[in-house]
Design a protein around this ligand. Structure first.
Ligand SMILES: [Mn+2]
Length: 482
């Protein structure tokens, strides 16, 4: 068949356009993953119960601008839905509709709205959720008031409770507040009942922790990627770092590398603290204009498709650790290694913490920084580690470490200015944080690509960086006559 030139051009344009439309990531969690998680929850739930999961609220950034929306990790885990204004019910037993059909879930989502979508982007709507996320019973939020479901008959309603800072006075419309208020009115729930009677927050927390703490293969693939991206960020920053850089600039380099690899967000506000700033555990001002000849503590994690890494490296900005810095760094490193050795299925969190803490406390006493272990404790004021996943401090138990968990091991020593020790130790802050996948007999160090020994760190800083030639012109806007 001969195709005329105009038709050919048309087909070409259509194919180019559709290729562009489809140029999207393909490695999201599958509908089967989410369905499997709902089924796993259902198996744990007690007889005659329902679990309720609400979307997170939108948060105001300024005037008529909202913060970038972050979905409730639980709702994402059970559905894959990333929009606000939604409410999910998961029933233990199949429920019977008026027409005799049965359903195991109900999902109310925000409706399509061309006017709103022109401003804030395409919504899936009920039909889109059915097709894309393969959930059977999906309705617009506005349909909840008409749905005949009754909550009287359930012996237990499992839910998290509502954020305390939410204004729930708004009752009209189809948004999250309307859904919550209608749920409250129809179920008899109130804040004072939270955790009492049939409203069970304890079981909700227990079951979601039990599920989310053990990662499936699909989740591990995303975490592996988030961690690898974060490690490459650490490597590139080590190669590029110079004493005249600012904390903000170093933060930007990490986050540029994350985005270059397609990570949407950081999993928590990036921590880049030079010298004494490293002693602030969750420092996030990052506003020191010159890291100078100090150590820089960099706790930065890429978030990829909802899953976040959590990797910390502490490096000398001028490329060489001082003698004192080396001694402290090596103590933290040894503490981390002591914990690593015990990491496997069945290990106890408490034991991991104890063994590695002992290394640090003893070391600080031996160096004369503290008179005894109890005094040394103030230089290590946090726990050894935590689960990572959809939350950086992911839900899970902290009793036994199990196969399939992904955890951080992050000992640290922080000696602030004016501490009760020789001033030569002051302002030294070191944290080394790695991400581990627990296996039956050992672990996989997911963050192995980030240099960790003193020699590896110094050798990486000595390497050239493409950014060495990336020089921006000085700003003129502060000058007279600009
Ligand atoms: Mn951490």
């Amino acid at each position: 068949m001969r195709i005329s030139f105009p038709v050919m051009m048309f087909l070409l344009l259509v194919s180019v356009a559709s290729a562009q439309e489809n140029n999207l990531p393909q490695d999201y969690l599958s509908p089967e993953f989410h369905a499997g998680r709902r089924e796993a929850l259902r198996e744990l739930m007690p007889d005659n119960s329902v679990t309720v999961v609400f979307a997170y609220p939108m948060r105001k950034f300024s005037n008529d601008v909202d913060y970038v929306y972050h979905p409730n990790p639980d709702l994402y885990y059970f559905t894959g839905y990333t929009e606000p204004n939604a409410m999910l019910f998961i029933f233990k037993e199949p429920q019977t509709a008026a027409d005799g059909s049965t359903y195991k879930e109900l999902f109310f989502v925000q409706k399509r709205d061309p006017g709103a979508e022109q401003w804030t982007g395409i919504r899936l709507g009920a039909e889109g959720v059915k097709q894309k996320l393969k959930i059977a019973q999906v309705f617009n939020g506005g349909d909840f008031s008409k749905h005949p479901i009754s909550f009287d008959k359930f012996s237990q309603v499992l839910l998290y409770g509502f954020p305390q800072d939410m204004d729930r006075k708004q009752t009209r419309g189809e948004g999250l507040y309307a859904l919550m208020n209608q749920f409250i009115a129809r179920s008899g729930y109130s804040d004072s009942l939270n955790g009492k009677g049939k409203f069970n927050t304890t079981l909700y927390y227990k079951y979601t922790a039990q599920l989310r703490e053990i990662k499936t293969e699909e989740e591990i693939a995303l975490l592996r990627k988030a961690v690898e991206i974060s490690c490459n960020g650490q490597v590139e920053v080590m190669k590029a770092v110079k004493p005249d850089m600012s904390e903000r600039e170093i933060q930007g380099l990490h986050e540029f590398v994350h985005k270059k690899y397609g990570a949407e967000e950081v999993g928590y506000p990036s921590i880049v603290g030079a010298g004494n700033n490293g002693c602030v555990l969750h420092y996030q001002e990052n506003n020191d204009l010159q890291v100078a000849n100090r150590m820089v503590l960099m706790d930065v994690g890429a978030q990829y498709h909802g899953y976040t890494a959590d990797v910390t490296r502490t490096i000398p900005a001028n490329g060489k650790f001082t003698a004192e810095q080396k001694l402290i760094y090596q103590l933290v490193y040894d503490a981390q290694e002591a914990a690593f050795k015990l990491c496997k299925d069945g290990a106890s969190w408490q034991e991991l913490d104890k063994v590695s803490r002992e290394v640090i406390l003893e070391g600080l006493v031996n160096l004369g920084i503290a008179k005894n272990k109890s005094e040394a404790g103030k230089y290590y004021p946090h726990g050894l580690g935590h689960h990572i996943g959809l939350d950086v401090h992911d839900r899970g138990n902290y009793g036994t470490v199990k196969k399939g968990m992904v955890i951080t091991i992050e000992p640290g020593i922080y000696i602030p200015k004016n501490s009760n020790c020789d001033p030569k130790w002051w302002t030294i802050a070191v944290r080394i944080e790695d991400d581990l996948l627990i296996r039956e007999k050992d672990y996989e160090l997911l963050s192995r690509n980030a240099p960790r020994t003193i020699a590896e760190v110094e050798n990486t800083i000595a390497q050239k960086s493409a950014l060495d030639n990336f020089v921006l012109p000085p700003l003129q806007s502060g000058k007279k006559g600009f």
